[in-house]
Design a protein around this ligand. Structure first.
Ligand code: DGJ
Length: 694
């Protein structure tokens, strides 16, 4: 609900409120938190300190322009065509259009309008914020910096949580207290990358079950920036949006720049509640409509099994085994096209390799479909190997300087998506594949960040917009494909989890969480990802041991249990699995199909974490049903007995609990307060507990 009282705007969700309004020439933030009586809201007077301490820096501004006596990080900075670099924004009214509160700010002199947009999703207690900037004049305006949202909260010393990741290390979460100064989380790589992720969690002393948490995520994939500033004036500011690094947008007369959406929330019930709100929101609002409500199929992916050495006969054999163990989708990863025998050639030549598939892809697809499975294919559309037909024909189709050596990474170059002919080429390739073959699933990969973004061969005048426009071009392509080919499932991948964000989840159905498929590392990675992203969006495979990353060997059941905590896939060479392994796989996949609605649609509780506990336990609760996965890594001092107290159950209901080969009936209050006694015997032992309300 949006309320307007005495020039104060109040956005109200089920539990939260957000209040701000114009006061004495500034648009001032008032409050973000649990509900109060809106009639009580008022503006606080700014406490002047001295002539050295600007009142604008002391004020909690809703969207800080650069200009005047402001030294804090501005939310927006522009340059007018006469060279003036200064904004004096004045409140110029509001409108409520289709549940969106639009606040209009105008410069006192120059013809620019900045609209701050707010939409509250009441059920979810999440606020969408975005900004559009319009040129009302006849000269160009240059936008040098423009964030999607600014947040002001009382006090300093907040803990900021994010990741400090890298390839196969996506889950390296850190928490850093900010008592003063600034902290920046960002990407400069063109994609979101593995290093930081475009979300924030701010809290003072929250834990899973209690404590105040401010959180948010950016609906953008690409160069993002989150800047948190602990000000000297006893409050913390946060800005989130497009990275201002190498950024400039030329806003032509009458043109509007619409910035990506930021979603923000608040809870006083700790991290679990934060995750529940975000997960429900992603599942119900962010994900593409087509497959939003369907469950993700159990897939087989060929990558770790056969790498580039994809051969029709062997894939058919894998497909038969995949069907036998219960897979529903068979995905051929890298290696099916062009002269692709390693990562050094073939990217860009999206024609079936006839040595590997003498009768075309049809033979395999026919077999896969005949077995009753859907077929999926890997592609990396934004890239090209210099050793490819495509590159030989179109050396000018990559971001390049003509007077410097090209910078390859994984032997590949980035296609110049500012060029229409490149976008058309990619569209036609994908459209052709989806039209000519019965493909139900695409894994869209991107295995290197940008370079040569400062090149001159862009088909745009605003060179520094290439970062923004490349991501937009990817999404436009996906939108066009979805319009023509309904119901295709599309997985985002960027060397594992380099494209995990709300922007991607608005167009893709899921992401590949990490190339790290070692079940132990995965516990860290998946736990970290689960803070923000729902299990349904995380693809998780069971692969072979010793694991290719670290040589570690972990029992198959443990590996299954870890992968069953997301959208399950099989990525091992099942042609080589023993009879016992195949039997276990059948049992586990059957079990997963019985519980996947709970995992994929349920609320997730991080009960125990290997980051601090001896065991790791994750629980999912969905409409009277629940599953708990419990893991022990290694046996310490002969201890085998552990207590697991459950969460999210109804105190007054009785549950049938299946675990450790027994079935018991217990009340919700008992399970919560007393808990279950589990025997976890030996290193890498794991258990699955199933509960149903009766
Ligand atoms: C990186 C991905 O993360 C892998 O799963 C696989 O698809 C390879 N690329 C293929 O080159």
């Amino acid at each position: 609900m949006i309320k307007v009282l005495n020039n104060i705007f109040v956005l109200e969700g089920k539990n939260i409120q957000y209040a701000f309004g114009p006061y004495k020439g500034l648009l001032r933030h008032i409050y973000f938190g649990n509900k109060a009586d809106e009639k009580d809201f008022e503006h606080f007077e700014i406490r002047d300190i001295s002539s050295n301490d600007s009142s604008c820096d002391i004020a909690w501004e809703e969207y800080t322009p650069w200009g005047g006596l402001r030294y804090k990080e501005p939310a927006v900075k522009v340059r007018f065509s006469d060279g003036t670099r200064d904004l004096v924004l004045e409140y110029d009214g509001f409108a409520i259009e289709e549940d969106v509160l639009r606040i209009m700010l105008k410069d006192k002199f120059y013809p620019i309008a900045i609209f701050l947009n707010y939409k509250i999703y009441e059920e979810y207690d999440i606020i969408a914020r975005w900004v559009d900037i319009k040129n009302l004049g006849e000269e160009d305006i240059f936008i040098e910096k423009a964030y999607s949202c600014e947040i002001n909260i009382d006090g300093t010393g907040y803990n900021i949580t994010n990741v400090l990741g890298h390839w196969v290390g996506e889950g390296r979460r850190f928490k850093q207290r900010l008592d003063g100064g600034k902290l920046i989380l960002e990407s400069r790589k063109g994609n979101t990358g593995h290093n930081n992720n475009p979300y924030f969690i701010l809290d003072i002393d929250a834990n899973e079950d209690k404590g105040e948490v401010y959180f948010g995520a950016l609906e953008y994939t690409g160069n993002f920036k989150i800047l948190v500033e602990a000000t000297p004036y006893y409050y913390t500011r946060l800005l989130m949006g497009l990275n201002d690094f190498d950024f400039e947008y030329k806003l032509k007369p009458s043109e509007a720049l619409i910035l990506p959406k930021a979603y923000i929330g608040y809870t006083d019930k700790g991290y679990s509640d934060m995750s529940h709100r975000l997960h429900r929101f992603v599942r119900d609002i962010i994900l593409p409509v087509d497959l939003r409500n369907s469950l993700r199929p159990v897939l087989f992916n060929s990558w770790e099994a056969t790498l580039f050495n994809v051969k029709c006969d062997e894939q058919i054999e894998l497909a038969r085994k995949a069907k036998d163990i219960g897979c529903e989708l068979f995905v051929v990863d890298d290696g099916w096209f062009g002269e692709r025998y390693s990562d050094s050639a073939g990217l860009g030549d999206w024609k079936v390799n006839r040595h590997k598939f003498p009768n075309g892809l049809e033979e395999l697809i026919h077999e896969v479909n005949g077995l009753g499975m859907d077929f999926g294919l890997w592609i990396e559309p934004e890239m090209v190997n210099p050793d490819s037909e495509l590159y030989r024909q179109h050396p000018d189709w990559v971001y390049r300087f003509n007077n410097r050596e090209l910078t390859t990474s994984r032997n590949q170059l980035v296609l110049n998506l500012s060029l229409n002919e490149v976008k058309e080429y990619i569209f036609n390739v994908l459209d052709g594949l989806l039209t000519n073959y019965n493909i139900k699933y695409i894994k869209w990969d991107m295995n290197r960040p940008f370079s040569e973004a400062g090149a001159l061969n862009l088909d745009i005048k605003e060179q520094k917009m290439i970062w923004f426009l490349h991501s937009k071009a990817v999404f436009d392509l996906i939108e066009r494909l979805r319009e023509k080919h309904n119901g295709i499932e599309i997985e985002a991948c960027a060397s594992g989890g380099g494209r995990m964000d709300f922007g991607v989840l608005n167009y893709f159905d899921e992401f590949w969480t990490s190339d790290n498929t070692d079940a132990l590392d995965r516990l860290f990675i998946q736990e970290s990802v689960s803070y923000i992203y729902p299990a349904k969006t995380m693809r998780c495979w069971v692969t072979d041991c010793p694991n290719f990353i670290n040589g570690r060997t972990i029992p198959l059941e443990f590996r299954f249990h870890v992968a069953m905590m997301g959208s399950l896939g099989i990525g091992g060479n099942i042609n080589k699995w023993t009879k016992e392994e195949i039997e276990l796989a059948k049992e586990k996949i059957k079990q997963y199909k019985e519980i996947r609605h709970i995992v994929q649609k349920g609320d997730l509780f991080r009960i125990k974490s290997i980051l601090k506990d001896e065991i790791h336990a994750i629980q999912y609760v969905y409409q009277g049903e629940s599953v708990v996965f419990v893991f022990k890594l290694y046996e310490k001092f002969g201890r085998k007995q552990y207590k697991v107290k459950l969460k999210g159950l109804n105190d007054d209901k009785i549950y049938e609990v299946k675990y450790s080969d027994k079935i018991v009936r217990k009340g919700g209050a008992y399970l919560k307060n007393v808990g279950l006694e589990l025997i976890l015997d030996g290193d890498f032992s794991s258990q699955l507990i199933r509960l149903k309300e009766i």
